[in-house]
Design a protein around this ligand. Structure first.
Ligand SMILES: [Zn+2]
Length: 311
């Protein structure tokens, strides 16, 4: 016989993330239920990567416990298509599953992860070339991958500094600009995620990557000229900061007493999506700034930043 949670779980499976988040704001009991539902959904997907051949339940619980413990101890976070999957309605019209388990780790934290996967008999992570792109190279120190079954990879991205958000701000579009720790989901462009849409960043996605987004039901645009409402915090010319940024949504999915990891709240990190706003509804419409070249803006310093109109 179904209990209340079982019934609610079925309802939640038909609910998109925007509505889940809204529901979580209305009532504490509902919020706890949504957290539990979200965690179960995440763990189910992560288990597919840790042990693709369905081990016994007790073994799976231990595996997941160790995985999240490693995430916390190494100040790392999950990102990539798995989070996109989490934000969609499970019963969506076009079903798909995440192709990779992406993990962002701070500089110097790769070795413990290599040991972890080796100890778990998953295999050995292999070095993978980082894209030759100055913006990416500025933020990413190395990439490592492990093919667990044909076509499915665990990918570790090591950032150049202590802040794991560096791994996602280099994404070619906003749909991947989010992180998941054991206790928090952090979304840098929540409104775009809620609308199941995405805006291209500095280096456009490849054609296969764009097709992937389309297949996953995310509407992507190369600029914001077609937007019909104000940009808000998704305005491409706005400098965004990881620390204390009002445009970021932080959704607690774990322990009530947990605090955000220091590798998420690094105060030094800032980025923006482009140098021109093409949205005629936005007060920054047609404002144009110099192209963003890593290091260039820090040299110009406060002068350019002071010209930025905050919204
Ligand atoms: Zn704008």
């Amino acid at each position: 016989m179904l209990d209340c949670y079982d019934v609610m779980e079925v309802v939640l499976e038909y609910t998109n993330f925007k509505d889940l988040w809204s529901l979580a704001q209305t009532d504490k009991a509902l919020q706890l239920m949504i957290r539990r539902f979200f965690r179960t959904r995440v763990d189910r997907q992560i288990a597919m990567f840790l042990k693709p051949k369905s081990p016994p339940v007790e073994q799976l619980e231990t595996l997941l416990y160790k995985f999240w413990e490693r995430i916390t101890l190494s100040h790392s976070a999950v990102h990539g298509s798995l989070l996109l999957y989490m934000e969609r309605c499970v019963r969506a019209a076009k079903p798909w599953v995440p192709g990779n388990l992406n993990i962002a780790v701070p500089f110097g934290a790769v070795r413990p992860w290599i040991r972890y996967f080796s100890d778990e008999s998953a295999g050995t992570l292999k070095y993978r070339e980082v894209e030759v792109d100055s913006f990416v190279l500025w933020h990413i120190a190395s990439r490592w991958e492990l093919e667990i079954i044909p076509g499915k990879f665990i990918i570790i991205t090591e950032t150049r500094g202590p802040c794991v958000a560096e791994a996602v701000i280099v994404s070619p579009h906003t749909a991947n600009m989010q992180l998941l720790t054991r206790d928090f989901l952090i979304m840098y462009y929540p409104q775009k995620a809620f609308d199941e849409s995405a805006l291209d960043s500095w280096h456009y996605p490849t054609i296969p990557a764009s097709q992937d987004l389309d297949r996953r039901g995310v509407r992507k645009s190369i600029d914001n000229s077609s937007w019909v409402t104000q940009c808000g915090w998704a305005c491409p010319i706005l400098w965004r900061r990881v620390s204390k940024d009002r445009g970021t949504l932080i959704f607690r999915v774990g322990d009530d007493t947990a605090v955000l990891d220091r590798t998420i709240t690094c105060s030094h990190l800032k980025w923006r999506l482009g140098d021109t706003c093409y949205n005629s509804e936005c007060k920054n419409y047609a404002t144009h700034y110099y192209p963003y070249i890593p290091g260039y803006f820090s040299a110009l310093g406060a002068e350019l930043r002071s010209t930025l109109r905050d919204q």
